[in-house]
Design a protein around this ligand. Structure first.
Ligand code: GLA
Length: 380
């Protein structure tokens, strides 16, 4: 929804003007999947889809937020009693709780929220919502916007409030995104390097329209299997395990843990090589690494689905495609492809038609741009 409509809705609901309008983007991960919670490397970019919030402080320590998209209102008292929950307002409550735990003193607010990040598509709509909430709290409570600290609070909110055991990648890229760039993140040290996107290619999202539930057990199972593989190698994290060590410990850990770990080790290596390929402007190599990433996610990590595989095949068969892979946790949602810009007009209908012919599903296929992370849009 356009900013003007959000402000209009604010006037209707609360009277008067919002004090500040903030927004936080969704993200697409180019490569480095299921590596963040293994202290490895990822290379996401923030995308031109946002959660936008218009807010005005209130003095009584309450937060009241109206969701335009859900046509629903949520409200809670800061620092109030109450159990963690899993409704949409709990994203804001969870962030408030995590920021308070981190020593921030928060002001309450009236607000209106709307977003255009597809939900459940692997594009981090929840991290976008959390970082928009954090940005709003920072702006109206008057504390400094420290993107890494805010991302950590977002992750804690997901892990401990929403009960989703995800890594740091999503809130971090939603907070630190850079226009025209992906960000190579070392999820152990949180060292970040911006990497320019090759100019002649476009990043295309291909939404299968199938949806997953991250709260489902598969994600946590994978985490457990990785931890078991690391332990079998005598390490606390797969980051410290080499391929030779993994091979040497293969017998002791069993085939499943071995294949999970093989994905993580090889994906870390691909992510580093992909960052180099991007710096060198080598779109063909970047595309090949994305293709290898998908194969590894499908065969070793087993987080793909028929729809995702079919979408990857459709993208690769369409004109101008350098490579394609599932993006995000898997089990549904989106594929990301790297496509020659000047062949985009042919790529989109071709890939869509192939996918529909194979699955009878109608996908949403659209290019995206890399944008800045969470930010203040306007201030009264
Ligand atoms: C989800 C999680 C991330 C990451 C990806 C897989 O998006 O939120 O932390 O683990 O899955 O790479």
């Amino acid at each position: 929804m356009a900013r003007a409509s959000i402000e209009e809705e604010f006037r209707l609901r609360f009277g008067g003007e919002p004090e500040v309008v903030v927004r936080a983007p969704g993200r697409v991960n180019l490569i480095g999947e299921h590596t963040d919670y293994n202290e490895g490397f990822v290379m996401p970019m923030a995308i031109d889809r946002w959660v936008t919030m218009a807010v005005r402080p209130r003095a009584d320590g309450r937060v009241t937020l109206h969701s335009i998209d859900l046509n629903d209102e949520g409200s809670f008292a800061l620092g109030g009693e109450g159990e963690p929950g899993r409704t949409w307002i709990d994203y804001v409550r969870g962030v408030a709780w995590a920021l308070t735990e981190a020593g921030k003193s928060l002001a309450g607010f009236d607000g209106v929220v709307s977003g255009n990040v597809p939900v459940g598509a692997g594009l981090s709509s929840s991290a976008a919502f959390e970082m928009a909430a954090a940005r709003a709290f920072a702006a109206i409570s008057g504390f400094e916007w420290d993107p890494v600290a805010m991302a950590r609070a977002g992750q804690r909110a997901e892990n401990l409030w929403m009960g989703v055991n995800c890594g740091i990648m999503d809130p971090l890229i939603c907070a630190v995104g850079r226009a025209g760039h992906a960000v190579r993140i070392d999820c152990r040290s949180l060292e970040m390097r911006t990497v320019p996107l090759p100019l002649e290619v476009s990043v295309v999202l291909l939404d299968t329209t199938t949806r997953r539930q991250l709260i489902g057990s598969e994600y946590n199972d994978r985490r457990g299997q990785c931890a078991a593989a690391a332990a079998a190698c005598g390490a606390s994290s797969l980051r410290d395990v080499t391929q030779a060590q993994l091979d040497a410990c293969r017998e002791g850990m069993g085939d499943l843990a071995f294949r999970r770990a093989r994905h993580v080790l090889s994906e870390n290596d691909r992510t580093l090589r992909a960052a180099e390929a991007m710096r060198a402007g080598d779109a063909a190599l970047l595309g090949r690494l994305m293709n290898e990433s998908h194969r590894s996610l499908r065969d070793d990590y087993e987080v793909s689905t028929r729809a995702l595989d079919s979408m990857v095949e459709s993208a690769r068969s369409a004109p101008g495609c350098h490579g394609a892979r599932l993006t995000g946790a898997g089990f549904g949602g989106c594929v990301v492809a790297l496509v020659d810009r000047h062949r985009l007009h042919g790529f989109v209908p071709h890939a869509s038609a192939l996918f529909t012919a194979a699955t009878h599903l109608v996908p949403a296929v659209y290019p995206c741009e890399a944008v800045e992370g969470a930010d203040i849009v306007s201030r009264a």
